[in-house]
Design a protein around this ligand. Structure first.
Ligand SMILES: [Zn+2]
Length: 185
């Protein structure tokens, strides 16, 4: 299965971060510029799927036969469910594939004792720190992580047409990975 690459418009900034965490190659208006023609050109020349919440941009792309997905509303769970179904976006976090939420570069995994510039209590709690070599931001599995897993479970249910059964499969609170909290910087 070839992995789809995306370019996402300014209305869907939150989705950009999500897709990068899920390992997708995503350009946003930060890299491309917030200009319709730029978004269309990058989609066309780099064979990226344009994701937009803007109906007129959607129509422009459609007329030019650029691959495009129109996302209505701001609900990330719905958007992920749709993109999983339509474009095979994985609804699981594989840290070996995760990209920097801010700049799209791949992250490298470092033992926490090899990292500087991260609060000491974080280093004590986490064996691994994820470093973006491009923008130098560091990440770890912080308090948002469990929340993100819940969002992904919900997105899977929506994708598979099973809604409102949110108590049937609670995510594990602790396991051998000892995930404490979110994917925070
Ligand atoms: Zn980065």
């Amino acid at each position: 299965m070839g992995e789809a690459a995306f370019v996402v418009d300014a209305m869907l900034g939150k989705l950009v971060k999500w897709l990068r965490i899920l390992g997708c190659d995503v350009l946003s208006v930060s890299e491309v510029g917030n200009i319709d023609e730029n978004l269309l050109e990058v989609a066309r020349s780099e064979d990226r799927i344009l994701i937009t919440g803007d109906q007129s941009l959607f129509q422009m792309a459609w007329k030019r036969r650029i691959r495009v997905r129109y996302i209505t509303g701001t609900n990330v769970t719905d958007a992920l469910a749709l993109l999983s179904k339509a474009e095979s976006v994985p609804l699981r976090i594989d840290l070996s594939k995760t990209r920097c939420p801010d700049c799209n570069a791949k992250l490298i995994e470092l033992p926490s004792d090899k990292v500087s510039g991260v609060p000491k209590d974080v280093l004590r709690k986490h064996l691994w720190i994820y470093l973006c070599e491009n923008c130098n931001k560091t990440y770890w599995l912080g308090s948002h992580y469990l929340k993100m897993l819940r969002t992904l479970i919900e997105a899977k249910r929506k994708r598979d047409g099973k809604v409102n059964h949110l108590n049937s499969g609670k995510p594990e609170k602790s396991g051998p990975m000892k995930i404490s909290d979110g994917f925070d910087s």
